[in-house]
Design a binder for this molecule. Structure first.
Ligand code: HEC
Length: 413
């Protein structure tokens, strides 16, 4: 019994894959269970011949996936319903369709991790050492020879009987594999020298040394390859007296493209007074652009028609004046440019959101809106006049017809 503890197993060596296959089959039939075959290449049918059961890995992966799925969903449910409920666009807190993507991701993540870790665990890896390395000859398992090892923990294992049994399988060699770690591998009859590993290890270490070669002593600025002196934004610098690396503009200079010579265009003022005219011709394309920008930047407060009843105002924001009151209808266009640029009372400035050209385009579009709400009946084409007269005659449809046709008519001008 004692001797069994110091033996890992019995190793039989074969020179043909078929012999190994035959040996594995016979051993399995003879009732041996704890054994393994070793070959330089995959041998079809060897796993079945050894009686290996299919791996439990799929089950582990499934378990990982289920844990990830429920864990991911629970995490989001807990965060959104229990811990930090937040009203997002009026959705219910437990808005599960929004959780699907992250749940999917955590499922894949946990299943993947379970696959890798489960594979390592089932294989008993990492295993830098194995008792079979005690047999010097065993190196041939990755080159030319085929091995069958019956392990000592097998219930049927008995040193003499199992050795007899292996002999009956006609191996080229049988070796007892010691269990502990030996200083020097057991040499078998044929004997093979271990390839010199030390020089290889030394070479690898030497090459690792090359990696640190980029760093040089700090006093040799010229050769500091790991730090080429570039400053990150906001990084302090010792070069300048104020200690910052960012430099202010030199006084009296203008950055390229920032020259603002034309006060009409850039301030909306002519001779200090709000401009009455546009700084460039207003075309149909500009009006279209103005409408688009107005709807993006202004309509949520000033409403589509400019009456000041936008959806934010309906929810409590200060009500802006209507563009259709007389004061604003007669206000110079430069005033609108100025309000957009600098803000006005409760209205904040839009100069960071709307470009100079777009501000003028919006001002022009406001003129269109104003015209649309105050147009002279006689300025309309005869068809439009007829349509309008018909709408007025039928009061029930007048309201909807009026609200849809008015801006369209305005846009056409
Ligand atoms: C967040 C809501 C909001 C947005 C967005 C907004 N405004 Fe206003 N606007 C206001 C309010 C409120 C006032 C009234 C301010 C006051 O009198 O204190 C106002 C006033 C005005 C006035 C009238 C100034 C005067 O002389 O009384 C004009 C013109 C104007 N806005 C144009 C615009 C344009 C053009 C845009 C889009 C670029 C815009 N606003 C975007 C809320 C807004």
């Amino acid at each position: 019994m004692r001797s069994r503890l110091h033996i890992y197993g019995l190793l039989a060596e074969f020179d043909q894959p078929d012999r190994l296959l035959h040996a594995a089959r016979t051993a399995h039939k003879a009732g041996y269970k704890r054994m393994d075959g070793y070959a330089p290449f995959p041998i079809h049918g060897l796993a079945a011949a050894l009686g290996l059961r299919s791996s439990r890995l799929p089950l582990i992966v499934l378990a990982g996936g289920i844990v990830g799925c429920f864990g991911g969903f629970f995490m989001q449910w807990f965060a959104n319903v229990v811990h930090y409920p937040m009203n997002i666009g009026g959705r219910p807190f437990n808005s599960w369709p929004a959780f699907i993507i992250i749940t999917f991701e955590t499922t894949i993540l946990c299943a993947g991790l379970a696959a890798v870790l489960g594979m390592l665990a089932l294989n008993g890896l990492p295993q830098p050492y194995h008792p079979l390395f005690n047999v010097a000859h065993f190196e041939l398992a990755s080159r030319t020879h085929f091995f069958l090892c019956i392990e000592a923990i097998d219930k049927k294992f008995d040193l003499t009987q199992t050795a007899e049994f292996l002999k009956s399988l006609n191996p080229t060699n049988i070796t007892i594999v010691p269990a502990g770690r030996l200083q020097k591998p057991v040499e078998t009859a044929t004997g093979h020298a271990t390839p010199a590993r030390l020089p290889m290890i030394l070479l690898c270490c030497g090459m690792l040394g090359l990696l640190v070669g980029c760093e040089h002593p700090a006093d040799n600025e010229l050769f500091k390859m790991d730090d080429h002196g570039r400053l990150m934004p906001m990084e302090p610098s010792e070069v300048f007296a104020d200690g910052t690396s960012a430099r202010p503009l030199v006084e009296g200079t203008v950055a390229r493209g920032d020259l603002r010579l034309d006060p009409h265009l850039f301030t909306g003022k002519v001779d200090g007074k709000a401009a009455e005219t546009f700084p460039f011709p207003i075309t149909r394309a500009r009006l279209e652009r103005g409408r688009q920008q107005y709807q993006i930047n202004c309509a949520h407060c000033h409403n589509d028609t400019g009456d000041g009843d936008g959806m934010i105002v309906r929810r409590g924001f200060t009500r802006p004046p209507s563009y259709h009151e007389d004061r604003l209808r007669t206000a110079p266009v430069g005033h609108f440019y100025d309000v957009i640029t600098n803000g006005w009372g409760a209205m904040y400035s839009h100069n960071d959101k709307v470009s100079v050209e777009d501000r003028w385009a919006i001002a022009a579009y406001i003129r269109v809106l104003q015209f649309s709400q105050n147009a002279d009946m006689n300025a309309l084409s005869p068809e439009d006049q007829n349509q309008l007269a018909a709408a007025i005659a039928a009061p029930t449809t007048a309201a909807s017809a009026g609200s849809t046709t008015a801006p369209a008519a305005g846009g056409a001008h």
